[in-house]
Design a protein around this ligand. Structure first.
Ligand code: NAD
Length: 437
């Protein structure tokens, strides 16, 4: 099939590359000239495991092309995916300006039947809005608008796209349904379902999925805080409840709050949708409040340990991205923690396998960037673990002990066992477990 993908960010680039991988001809469009010129040279602008290999292969086979020319891409395609940003507006609603602007342009470009597929996360009613914009200039038989929310996870996006748990397609057009069904067949060969539904239900499904997951995180963070106060160990509680098939093992890890480009904005947007429909979605209010509180928890632990005097203290931070295996730092807890430490006049040095370049754009020379995880420990008063990259799980403890000024660890991700920390004689303060003194 001939496909255009508008927006080549985390979602668009993975979508375009994976469609090319199954033999389709894909034109990827972006307004960011620098990004497009990098991609034309085969340089992947984001860190996403496995993506570069697929990208190179499909560029070589001429199945994926990059351009800034929307008209060219649309003229050469039958299906147009929109993978555009939908950032939160000031009131929490999803800002649809990118989607609606592109829809306006499409209305002036389309001359034969196309399917416009919304892959961005958009509020209920957006497919209708896009349809209305197109219908102002185009006869109705020249297009269908489909909602096809994306559920990929950064860090395992390629796998998620190639083998999705399910595909959700919102359309009431039989013509679009048949084509979308065919397009997705190579991705569901193991028997995973494609759910067809109306556009509004598909749009709602994405927000509900992310809000539910965010709620699980906030719930477990509250459980962790209660465990700390009662002497229970949240990791044992987590295992204890997770084997109940009604609950399930995944997404029960406590930590220092959810971040990333999706959960924070999607919970806000669903909350806004509820408000706009005169419904008070109380649970979502609490999910957001708990998360804001949890993002401060490491800083509070640190402040308490140093009796509010952080001036001149030196901290080594391990992990900056909002989760492992990505360079994405949007709404990452690390940013808030670094800012709080700097405001308290502490010195901060950081290490992350892939996200340091992005953090440098935020903090510049205010923090030190280390070439490996151990360098920042030299003379540091404490190590602070913010993101649970695998390489932090089994470190060279001898070097840690040798380099650190004091054997102090604040761990926001429960990376180490309490027994190990006790054996090594660390002060070890983690989440929802007793503190080792
Ligand atoms: P992103 O910011 O990484 O990428 C968006 C891209 O769109 C950028 O490259 C930007 O330059 C480009 N763009 C902006 N305006 C444009 C225009 N007029 N024409 C062409 N390109 C334009 O965003 P993302 O993380 O890929 O997210 C895109 C959408 O997918 C959002 O709605 C998001 O909520 C949703 N989503 C994201 C994820 C994720 O893990 N990142 C997962 C599922 C769904």
């Amino acid at each position: 099939m001939k496909i255009a993908v508008v927006g080549t960010g985390y979602v668009g680039l993975v979508t375009g590359t994976c469609f090319a991988e199954t033999g389709n001809i894909v034109h990827c469009v972006d307004v960011d000239k620098e990004k497009v010129s990098k991609l034309k040279k085969g340089i992947c602008p984001i860190y996403e495991p496995g993506l570069d290999v697929l990208l190179h292969r499909n560029i070589k086979e001429n199945r994926i092309v990059f351009t800034t020319d929307l008209k060219l891409a649309v003229d050469k395609s039958d299906i147009i995916f929109l993978a555009l940003p939908t950032p939160p507006g000031e009131d929490g609603s999803a800002d649809l300006k990118y989607i609606l602007e592109v829809a306006q342009k499409l209305a002036t470009i389309i001359t034969k039947y196309k399917i416009i597929v919304n892959k961005s996360t958009v509020p209920v009613g957006t497919a209708d809005k896009v349809t209305a914009i197109l219908a102002e200039k185009l006869p109705r038989e020249l297009f269908d608008v489909v909602s096809n929310p994306e559920f990929l996870r950064e860090g395992i996006a390629v796998d998620d796209f190639l083998k999705p748990d399910r595909v959700v397609i919102g359309t009431t057009s039989e013509r679009a349904k048949t084509i979308m069904h065919e397009l997705y067949q190579p991705f569901v060969r193991q028997g995973n379902p494609i759910y067809f539904m109306d556009e509004r239900s598909a749009e709602m499904t994405k927000y509900v999925a992310n809000s539910y997951l965010a709620m699980r995180i906030s719930f477990m963070n509250e459980v962790a805080n209660l465990c700390e106060r009662t002497g229970a160990n949240v990791d044992l509680v987590r295992i204890g409840i997770g084997s109940d098939s009604r609950i399930g093992k995944r997404f029960l890890f406590p930590g220092i709050g959810y971040g990333g480009s999706c959960f924070p904005k999607d919970v806000k947007a669903l909350h806004y949708t509820a408000k706009a429909n005169k419904y008070n979605f109380k649970l979502l209010d609490t999910v957001m409040q708990v998360n804001a509180q949890q993002k401060k928890i490491l800083f509070q632990k640190i402040k308490k340990y140093y009796k509010n005097d952080l001036k001149g203290k030196q901290f080594a931070i391990w992990g900056l991205s909002f989760k492992p295996e990505t360079d994405d730092i949007r709404e990452a807890p690390s940013l808030e923690l670094i800012q709080d430490l700097l405001d308290a006049e502490a010195k901060v040095s950081v290490y992350d396998p892939v996200a340091m370049g992005n953090v440098k754009k935020v903090f510049g020379s205010k923090v030190k960037y280390q070439k490996n995880q151990y360098e920042g420990l030299k003379n540091a008063d404490a190590l602070v673990i913010v993101t649970e990259w695998s390489e932090f799980r089994n470190p060279d403890y001898e070097r840690m002990v040798k380099y650190l000024k004091s054997k102090v660890i604040f761990d926001g991700r429960n990376v180490y066992s309490l027994e190990k920390m006790e054996e090594l004689g660390f002060y070890y303060n983690s989440i929802g477990r007793r503190t080792i003194h």
